[in-house]
Design a protein around this ligand. Structure first.
Ligand code: ATP
Length: 366
């Protein structure tokens, strides 16, 4: 994996962008490091594209500042920034060959023809389209068109490449394959990529770090593992993957720990104290489906919750059990199907116990 330089390369300082009454980006501060592949992840309308367009210089912040490599770029026009943008639509010229499409920006800048030819050849090789230079975009597959667009965006050697849903036009299988190619290309070039996506699996696959966005704000920034294993808010927990959320109450505090009680079980969960929570406060305890155990008897887990199996989905590598608790809540449990032994002998309508270990989940404030 490419070594990411820890010093901030892009600094977004209290940036807000309003369109009339709509606040598309709401006071965002964020630092992106050199050589990172950073994903802006969020649902439709959360402001991802607007933030990307401000980095590119296609939109001016209503307030706040954007620094790239230490220079205030807030009002610098797009063409004078060390950035380039790749659009979801690719925007290739249909009448031009692949090579001409890639060469276009350099020729327009007056770069000598021999140098342009060399650089186009390098780019075609980089995106594994060495033999496709003479074809027209219409003679390419969706994945190949995507790579032409990437080559065209990279040929001017920007310090930062901004990609808006770069794989959005590809079908699922090609998309998964192309995700790895994109990471390989980014790592081989050592430039900073900022990718906008609404697809959490894609963000997890691509990113060194993810900025999860919600309603114009950054809800959390972290590595894929951090946002998955330690979501800081209910929004992030729900948005990334699947999670079970139990209603709990703080029933005891002991130094740096507190004890959580759910109405569903007699035992308590001993978890690190969370600032802002006191005795009798309600909070959520959230735990991923794969962290739970399931069996027909209770086990040595910190807490055992009783329920009845409502549904079982066989997904090949794992099975997902939907277990209905006595209060009606459905809890999802993922169990590996790696070996026969791994598979609990449990079927529909069985009474089961779900085992939770306190360290396997996170406490979320309400
Ligand atoms: P999507 O994934 O659907 O593209 P997004 O997260 O990229 O969404 P943005 O395109 O940044 O979201 O839009 C954020 C908000 O700002 C939305 O409510 C959108 O309607 C609004 N918006 C964006 N551009 C403009 C504009 N030029 N004029 C008015 N409103 C805009």
């Amino acid at each position: 994996m490419l070594k990411v330089d820890d010093t901030p390369f892009i600094r977004i300082e209290n940036v807000t962008k309003s369109f009339g009454d709509v606040v598309a980006v709401d006071d965002i501060s964020l630092e992106i490091r050199k050589n990172e592949l950073f994903c802006l992840l969020g649902g439709s309308g959360c402001g991802k594209t607007t933030l990307l367009r401000m980095l590119a210089g296609f939109e001016t912040p209503t307030s706040g500042r954007i620094f790239i490599d230490g220079v205030d770029m807030s009002t610098t026009p797009a063409h004078a920034r060390p950035t380039n943008m790749m659009f979801q639509s690719y925007a290739l010229f249909p009448h031009m060959s692949v090579a001409k499409n890639i060469a276009y920006g350099l020729l327009r800048d007056g770069v000598a023809k021999s140098e342009v030819n060399d650089r186009v050849a390098q780019m075609l090789k980089l995106v594994q389209l060495g033999d496709f230079g003479k074809r027209k975009p219409a003679q390419l597959s969706g994945g190949q068109r995507q790579r032409v667009a990437l080559a065209r965006a990279l040929i001017k050697r920007p310090k930062v490449l901004l990609l808006d849903e770069p794989l959005g036009a590809l079908d699922k299988k090609l998309r998964e394959q192309t995700q790895f190619e994109l990471v390989n290309i980014q790592e081989s070039l050592g430039i900073t990529f900022i990718v906008v996506t609404h697809d959490q699996e894609e963000a997890m696959t691509l990113s060194s770090r993810i900025g999860v966005m919600n309603k114009g704000q950054i809800a959390q920034v972290g590595t894929p593992r951090q946002v998955y294993e330690a979501p800081q808010t209910r929004f992030v927990a729900d948005f990334i993957g699947s999670i079970n959320v139990l209603e709990t109450m703080v029933v005891g505090i002991d130094g740096p720990h507190m004890f959580l009680q759910s109405q569903m079980a007699p035992e308590t969960l001993k978890v690190p104290l969370v600032e802002g929570l006191g005795l009798t406060d309600n909070c959520w305890y959230a735990v991923r489906p794969e962290k739970l155990s399931i069996g027909t008897t209770s086990d040595a887990s910190d807490m055992n919750i009783e329920g009845v199996v409502e549904d079982i989905a066989y997904l090949g590598g794992q099975s997902i059990y939907h277990v209905k608790l006595t209060d009606g809540q459905i809890i999802k449990v993922a169990q590996s199907n790696r070996t026969r032994r791994d598979r609990p002998a449990i079927t529909w309508e069985d009474k089961v116990f779900l085992g939770i270990d306190a360290g396997d989940g996170v406490v979320l404030q309400r």
